[in-house]
Design a protein around this ligand. Structure first.
Ligand SMILES: Oc1ccc(-c2ccc(-c3cc(Nc4ccc(CNC5CC5)cc4)n[nH]3)cc2)c(O)c1
Length: 309
């Protein structure tokens, strides 16, 4: 830590703190995650080692890069690239939402980061505006893999966890343990809505209310999910809401979303995870026509020559 000068705090959590620091040797800014616990606690040690193992796997332009990891006085320090801002603060500056083209550019980059994670069998599990960093040139970078997990082999289960409620998929809220990468794409749909009008799409006040606000817009849970809800110990005695006329995404964003954007968002906000669009499918969606082609042209200009057919 001697070569770093602390300039401020950019994040805090149960784990510890993320500091904005300057490298005194080269003047470069970095973000350093300083873990609170020393490594005496076996459980903490196991989770931090799992986090570092995942971070070392990730090298993609829309994911914050881990630069180095070191221990000092029994505490673990992770050094990352520093990025100027995050989407939470940008949303606070734009209470009525962002321009539609900026929404599209950010959601495209987010889908690229998730597609890359999925190619490594990694799910993030806590995608939210605070964990989406935005650089001065408008590059989005996914950060904070503290809840991330490597998907278990077929039939394996994931343990429960508590991440940010407003972006949590129905299967997580209902306690399913065989959930998968679809939970990250549900969060993308929630964030797309929030970027569009500046308001959280499903701002539930507790877990029951979260399921209620989701159904108020999208309609009822699936039949299977309703059965799970009625048997869930945490929801015993709680009635499912009678949703005769859901608000619908169309009405919620009337006049604010193009037809392609609406179709894209609705393909993400499917109650049934098996029906939800994957990150790879999302990248091929007509919503990204124009962005994808421009990127292909640029790659061919600077990268591998266009394959001759
Ligand atoms: O497993 C992990 C754990 C932590 C990280 C992580 C890595 C890097 C950052 C980070 C944050 C950051 N910049 C930043 C973050 C937040 C703001 C918003 N204003 C803050 C409140 C003062 C402004 C700038 N640059 N890099 C944050 C988290 C990570 O990427 C993975």
């Amino acid at each position: 830590m001697n070569k770093y000068e602390v300039k401020g705090v950019v994040g805090e959590g149960a784990y510890g703190v993320v500091l904005k620091c300057m490298n005194k040797e080269n003047g470069e800014y970095v973000a350093i995650k300083k873990f609170k616990e020393s490594d005496e606690d076996e459980v903490v040690k196991k989770t931090t080692l799992r986090e570092v193992k995942i971070l070392r796997m990730l090298k993609q332009e829309n994911i914050v890069q881990l630069r180095e990891a070191f221990r000092r006085k029994g505490k673990l320090y992770l050094v990352f690239e520093y990025v100027e801002n995050n989407l939470l603060e940008i949303l606070e500056e734009r209470p009525n939402g962002l321009e539609q083209d900026d929404v599209r550019k950010y959601i495209y980059q987010l889908c690229k980061s998730i597609s890359y994670c999925n190619s490594m069998d990694i799910i993030h599990r806590d995608i939210k505006p605070e964990n989406l960093l935005i650089s001065k040139d408008g590059t989005l970078k996914l950060c904070d893999f503290g809840f991330a997990r490597v998907l278990p082999q077929k039939g394996g289960n994931l343990t429960d966890y508590v991440a940010t409620r407003w972006y949590r998929a129905p299967e997580l809220l209902l306690g399913y343990t065989d959930y998968g990468k679809e939970v990250d794409m549900w969060a993308v749909g929630c964030i797309m809505g929030e970027l569009t009008d500046g308001q959280p799409l499903f701002p539930g006040q507790n877990e029951i209310d979260q399921l209620y606000v989701i159904q108020k817009v999208l309609g009822p849970l699936t039949a299977e999910q309703q059965e799970v809800f009625l048997k869930h110990p945490g929801f015993l005695g709680v009635k499912l809401p009678e949703i005769s006329k859901p608000e619908t995404i169309e009405k919620r964003y009337l006049g604010k979303l193009s037809k392609k954007a609406l179709s894209f968002m609705k393909s993400l906000l499917k109650m049934d995870p098996s029906q939800r669009m994957s990150a790879d499918e999302a990248l091929q969606h007509p919503y990204f026509d124009g962005i994808r082609d421009k990127e292909i042209q640029q790659t061919n200009k600077h990268g591998r020559p266009e394959e001759r057919v």
